[in-house]
Design a protein around this ligand. Structure first.
Ligand code: PGA
Length: 249
């Protein structure tokens, strides 16, 4: 049985006041033990979210080295040391806006695993790539490159998030069929690259997930949770999605 994960990516949102309010709302919510809930606040709000028994905490990014003269960067080791369990790697906003390559992503994933974190490797095609029809190849290439430094045991520590770029923050969601098709492809790529390990790896869907479309998406056989952006900034909405997830499996 794969772990069902609902993760909230706050992106560059989340003041100290916001974090305190969200913390209170999540701590008081009635979460099902059947799902794992994770929040990804900006670095400066991580501290306010640590130590809850209801949800885990992750960072939205990490650097490609564990320590040293890298002003302004934060390593997987420091993220783990602060008490986080997760780190997002290769989010499309970082790939597009900050030029993060597959090679950089692969290195970050490896170091995150080494530091004892669960990296959430984000992959997904652009609208052009979707329309050109080769979106499965694009996603496959990102998955293979992102995990290429891992062995069959290490890969089981990873979560993959399929987030079609055209669905992120746009209000356009992939249909359940479109999402399931890519998730099944990712799983078969993982199974053949890592000797069957794909069946144990959670693959989340991300891109305009909200309470209205969560049940349909999470009901798909190969969708093991969601990476939620905009809708995770509203505690009621986020908690509703967590409940829908718990009921879906
Ligand atoms: P969205 O973002 O839910 O706002 O589309 C998802 C993400 O970027 O992780």
């Amino acid at each position: 049985m794969r772990n069902l994960v609902i993760a909230g990516n706050w992106k560059m949102n989340g003041s100290q006041t916001f974090a305190q309010e969200m913390r209170e709302a999540l701590d008081n919510a009635d979460f099902s033990e059947r799902i794992t809930t994770v929040v990804f606040p900006p670095f400066l709000a991580i501290h306010a979210m640590l130590g809850s028994g209801k949800f885990a905490v992750g960072a939205q990014n990490c650097y490609t080295e564990q320590s040293g003269a890298y002003t302004g960067e934060v390593s997987p080791e420091l993220i783990a040391d602060a008490g986080c369990q997760y780190v997002l790697v290769g989010h499309s906003e970082r790939r597009t806006l900050l030029g993060e390559t597959d090679q950089v992503v692969g290195k970050k994933v490896k170091l995150a695993v080494f530091a004892g974190l669960t990296p959430v490797l984000c992959v997904g095609e652009t609208l052009d790539e979707r329309e050109s029809g080769n979106f499965k190849d694009v996603v496959e290439q990102q998955v293979v490159a992102g995990l290429k430094e891992l062995n069959g045991d290490e890969v089981k520590q990873v979560v993959v998030a399929y987030e079609p770029v055209w669905a992120i923050g746009t209000g356009k969601t992939a249909s359940a069929d479109q999402a399931q098709e890519v998730h099944a492809h990712i799983r078969s790529v993982l199974n053949s690259a890592f000797d069957g390990a794909g069946d144990a790896i959670s693959i989340l869907y991300g891109g305009s997930v909200k309470s209205e479309n969560a049940a349909e998406l999470l009901g798909c056989a190969d969708i093991d949770g969601g990476l939620i952006g905009g809708a995770s900034l509203n505690s009621k909405e986020f908690i509703t999605i967590c409940r829908i997830a718990a009921d879906s499996h």
